[in-house]
Structures are given as structure tokens and as C-alpha cells.
Design a protein around this ligand. Structure first.
Ligand SMILES: [Zn+2]
Length: 341
């Protein structure tokens, strides 16, 4: 399974107090007492986050949690369980042939005093896989006058960064959805190149937003990468919670109204992620078979998530290229109805 290694590391940008290791996941817990710090900001592009609009009280269904919620160990448990679940869902949905194909992920979990004002500032820099000599990472550290090497406290850099706030903790289901969302980014990473991901980090850090719309850079990039990731996040969250969780609330940027439902209903009824143009609902509509209520623009059915995933590649860096690839692979007069919607 793995083991905990507990210890206080010398005071630095942050203190790492728990390591958790197994063959599939390594979790480092960093306790941050006073808001963000330089290293924290560098590894947490704060806009790379889901605006928090959901709530859920209680932790019903958290059968595998061994430690108290909202504790260092409890956070570690959510991450551990969540990654194992995501590995399983990836196989169940045909995106990998077996659990043994799961990639090792290094995760840095921040246990802060308070939430970031920008929401849950989780991210998927994939630094352990990329190595810190890659262009993107050197650039990133250079931006902060830190040279091109990571600080000693991070003797291996994280693939994922996850945040919990002690004084106002994210409920388990929100943490999980965030983790699944970031896991969706890792799935994408494994279909691309380090250069592609360096560009992803560059866009994230330099622009400071997801862009303006799907037709200009970097919106055309994030429409693909964030749309995909949040589609995965909600798809996995529905596999986890199903109808045990029907009161998740999100804000629909098109109708400007709150929507309440389970994670699958939210994919249908809240078509965009974070702003009004990142099209997570598009990916869902490609793979659902019936819509509720029926939608005349959604006349595509018979596909699964792997029909989307198998198309992702290192040359596909905009949502338009995804559309071209989909239409070439699956010609159908109804494609335009959906993509133009
Ligand atoms: Zn994301």
C-alpha cells in the first residue's frame, strides 16, 4: 500500500511534514501558515482553479477515510483515495487497459490556514514528469528570480498541487472534484509532449486568465484543456457520488442562474467551466445518449469518453483542432449543430 513518513523539515518557504509513498502515488504535505509565499505562488497559478460555488455539508459516503476530515492526514486520505478511484475510473471508461498502466503521480498538498481568495488554486504542472530543466519550468522559476532550479525543500517537484484550508475547509466532494479535474489534466499530459505542457504552464502564468473567448489565444487553448479537464472532473465525480449527491450547486454563466443537481446533471445544465466559454458541456454532449430536457442541438450519441481521449495529441492545441479531428474521425451531419451551439 504505502507508508507515512512524518517529520518536520527545516523551516523554509514551507514546511513539509508528511510524506506518503506508494508505487502509484507520492503525497507531500506542506503546511503554510501565512498565506501564499513565492514558491506557493509559482506552483499555484491561482487562476487555474475552479471558482467555488458548490456546497455540501457532511461527509456521507466517505467510507474509506481513516483519519479526521480537515486534518493533515485526512487531506492525505482524500488524495490517496481520490487518485486510486481516478485510476480505476480511467480503466472502467476504456482510457487505459488496466490499473497497472496508471502513471506514478507526485502530489504536493498545501494545508493552509485560509482559502485562497481565488478559489481552490489546484494545478497540474506535471513537474515531476517534465523535470525541472524543461523550458517551461526554467522560465517559470526565472520569472520569480529563482534561477532555474527548484528549492531544496522540493527535492522532487509535484505533478499536481492540491489545497485545503483549515479554517474554512473544502468539503470532501469539492476536493475530490478538484482532484479529478487535475487528474484529467494528467491524462491530457500523457497524450502530449513536455513542450506542449511547457506552453500550457506559460499560458497559465503569463496571461493570468483563461483568455477572452474560444477564437483567440489563449482562450482557444484553454477551451480544450480546461473543458476536457472539467468534463473528466465531473464525470468521475458522478461515478463516485452518483445520486448520493444531488444538491451540488453551480452557476450557469449563460442563464446567470444557479443550478442544483448531481454532477452529471451539472455537466448538462452548466455547459461552461469557470467562465462563459470553456465548453465542458460540449464534451459531455458528445458522449451522452439522451438529454434532459431534449435539446435539438444535441443529436450525437453512441460515443464514450475514450472516443474523445484517443484524439488528443501534441499537435492539437486549440478547441478548433479538436473539432476538426472529431469531424474527420466521426463524420456526421449533426456535428455542426453541436459544435456551433
Ligand atoms: Zn484545470
Amino acid at each position: 500500500m504505502g507508508n507515512f513518513d512524518i517529520g518536520w523539515y527545516p523551516p523554509g518557504p514551507f514546511q513539509i511534514i508528511v510524506n506518503y509513498n506508494s508505487d502509484k502515488i507520492k503525497v507531500k504535505m506542506a503546511y503554510v501558515t501565512n498565506g501564499w509565499n513565492t514558491v506557493g505562488s509559482i506552483l499555484n497559478a491561482p487562476f487555474h482553479a475552479q471558482d467555488v460555488r458548490m456546497f455540501w455539508s457532511g461527509q456521507a459516503g466517505e467510507k474509506n477515510i481513516d483519519h479526521a476530515f480537515n486534518s493533515l492526514y485526512g487531506l492525505c486520505d482524500v488524495i490517496w483515495n481520490g487518485i486510486q478511484e481516478a485510476n480505476q475510473y480511467t480503466v472502467d471508461l476504456g482510457m487505459r487497459s488496466s490499473q497497472s498502466q496508471s502513471q506514478h503521480l507526485t502530489i504536493l498538498a498545501y494545508y493552509r490556514s485560509n482559502r485562497s481568495p481565488n478559489g481552490n488554486a489546484a494545478s497540474a504542472p506535471m513537474l515531476a514528469h517534465m523535470g525541472f530543466n524543461s523550458t517551461g519550468v526554467a522560465w517559470m522559476f526565472g520569472q520569480m528570480d529563482m534561477g532555474s532550479s527548484p528549492p531544496n525543500e522540493l527535492n522532487d517537484l509535484p505533478d499536481l498541487v492540491v489545497v485545503q484550508a483549515q479554517n474554512n475547509p473544502y468539503p470532501c466532494n469539492e476536493l475530490r472534484q478538484t482532484l479529478y479535474h487535475e487528474y484529467g489534466h494528467t491524462l491530457h499530459y500523457f497524450k502530449t509532449s513536455d513542450a506542449f505542457w511547457g506552453d500550457n504552464i506559460y499560458y497559465s502564468v503569463s496571461d493570468g486568465s483563461y483568455g477572452e473567448d474560444i477564437n483567440t489565444s489563449p482562450g482557444n487553448f484553454f477551451a480544450l484543456s480546461e473543458g476536457w479537464a472539467d468534463y473528466v472532473g465531473h464525470t468521475f465525480a458522478f461515478l463516485k457520488y452518483g445520486n448520493n449527491l444531488t444538491d451540488v450547486v453551480e452557476f450557469n454563466e449563460w442563464t446567470l442562474q444557479n443550478v442544483r443537481g448531481n454532477y452529471q446533471q451539472l455537466l448538462e445544465q452548466v455547459p461552461t467551466f469557470f467562465n462563459d466559454f470553456i465548453p465542458r458541456g460540449l464534451f459531455y454532449d458528445l458522449t451522452d445518449n439522451a438529454t434532459d430536457p431534449p435539446a435539438d442541438f444535441d443529436q450525437i450519441s453512441g460515443f464514450g469518453i475514450n472516443n474523445i481521449y484517443s484524439l488528443l495529441n501534441t499537435n492539437m492545441n486549440t478547441i478548433q483542432k479538436f473539432r476538426d479531428s472529431w469531424e474527420e474521425e466521426h463524420p456526421n451531419a449533426n456535428n455542426a449543430l453541436l459544435f456551433d451551439h
